[in-house]
Design a protein around this ligand. Structure first.
Ligand SMILES: Nc1ncnc2c1ncn2[C@@H]1O[C@H](COP(=O)(O)OP(=O)(O)OP(=O)(O)O)[C@@H](O)[C@H]1O
Ligand SMILES: [Mg+2]
Length: 269
C-alpha cells in the first residue's frame, strides 16, 4: 500500500468512527490456487466504495468471500464489528450485507413482484414484508408498474433495477453490487448509477465493482484498485480517478471504451 491512504480527506458521508466493513489479509481461491493474495481494504460507513481492476483481478472473488459463497483460507472480514469468516451465506444476509451478483439473477419465469418478494425469504413477519414492498415500490416504480409481468420480459437495465429492489427487501446496511452497468447502453447506465446514488442517499452504504471505471469512480466517495488479487491503491474516488498512474494506464485514451480497461498489464508494479 502507498502512503496514499493517509492523504484521504474526511468524506462528508463518512462516519468518523470505525469503517462499516474491514477486510484484512484475505487469502482465498477455488482449489486450483489462491486468487486473492492478501486483500486489505475498508468500506467507510455511508460511502459509495468502488473496486476497479482488470478482468480476472479477483473482484468478484472478493465479493464471494464477503457474502459467504467462498470461505477465505486466511484473513479477517469484520462487518459492523462482527466477524463474517465462517458464517454461512444465509447468516451473512442476516447481518445486513446483501450481494447483487454479476450475472443477471432474477428468475425469468417468475413475475417481477415474486422476484422482489423472494428477497425477503428470511423474513417471517408478513407485515414487515408488505411494508418493505410498499416502500420499495415508491422508490422503484417499475416494481409496481410491471408487478405481474415475467421478469424475463424486462430489458437488461430494468432487470437491474428489480435486482436492486429485491436486495433492499432485507433492509441491508451494505449493498454489494457486482458490475451493475454490465451490458447496459449509456443512457440506461446513467439511470442505474443514479439509482445507486439514490440508494446511498437513502442511507445504504454501497460497495460496487465496476469495469466502467471512470463513470463509477466519479459516482463514488472511495476507490480501490485491485490487480492480480492484491489491492494496489486506495483513496477517495477522485484521488483514484486523478492518480497519474491510474489515469495513464487505466483511463487514458478511449476512456469511455470499456475495452480500454480490459487490456492486460494495465498497471506497473
Ligand atoms: N468458480 C470458479 N472456479 C475456479 N476459478 C474461478 C472461479 N471463479 C473465478 N475463478 C478464477 O479466479 C480468478 C478471478 O476471477 P474473478 O471472477 O474474481 O475476476 P474479476 O476481477 O471479477 O473479473 P471480471 O472483471 O472478468 O468479472 C480468475 O482467474 C478466474 O478464472
Ligand atoms: Mg467479476
Amino acid at each position: 500500500m502507498t502512503d496514499y491512504e493517509a492523504a484521504t480527506p474526511a468524506d462528508p458521508h463518512a462516519d468518523a468512527s470505525r469503517p462499516l466493513l474491514e477486510v484484512s489479509g484475505v487469502i482465498a481461491g477455488y482449489g486450483g490456487g489462491d486468487v486473492l493474495q492478501g486483500v486489505t481494504f475498508s468500506v467507510p460507513q455511508g460511502s459509495i466504495t468502488c473496486i476497479v481492476g482488470p478482468n480476472g483481478a479477483g473482484k468478484s472473488t472478493v465479493l464471494a468471500a464477503l457474502s459467504g459463497l467462498l470461505r477465505p483460507r486466511a484473513g479477517s472480514i469484520v462487518f459492523g464489528g462482527r466477524s463474517l469468516v465462517g458464517l454461512s451465506a444465509r447468516q451473512i444476509l442476516g447481518t445486513g450485507l446483501v450481494l447483487v451478483p454479476q450475472n443477471h439473477s432474477l428468475f425469468r419465469e417468475m413475475t417481477v413482484r415474486e422476484n422482489v418478494e423472494m428477497g425477503a425469504f428470511t423474513v417471517r413477519d408478513s407485515a414487515v414484508v408488505r411494508a418493505r414492498l410498499e416502500a420499495i415500490e415508491e422508490q422503484f416504480p417499475i416494481v409496481r408498474e410491471r408487478a405481474k409481468e415475467k421478469a424475463g420480459s424486462l430489458s437488461g437495465g430494468q432487470q437491474r433495477l428489480v435486482e436492486f429492489a429485491r436486495s433492499l427487501m432485507l433492509d441491508p446496511t451494505l449493498v454489494v453490487l457486482d458490475e451493475p452497468s454490465m451490458g447496459l447502453d449509456p443512457k440506461t447506465l446513467r439511470q442505474v448509477f443514479a439509482t445507486v446514488k439514490a440508494m446511498n442517499s437513502a442511507g445504504r452504504t454501497i460497495l460496487l465493482v465496476e469495469q466502467n471505471a471512470r463513470a463509477a469512480l466519479k459516482l463514488s466517495t472511495h476507490g480501490i484498485v485491485l490487480e492480480s488479487g492484491v489491492v494496489r491503491l486506495t483513496g477517495t474516488g477522485r484521488e483514484v480517478l486523478e492518480h497519474p498512474e491510474i489515469e495513464e494506464l487505466y483511463l487514458g485514451g478511449a476512456v469511455s471504451d470499456r475495452l480500454g480497461l480490459r487490456r492486460d498489464g494495465l498497471m506497473r508494479r
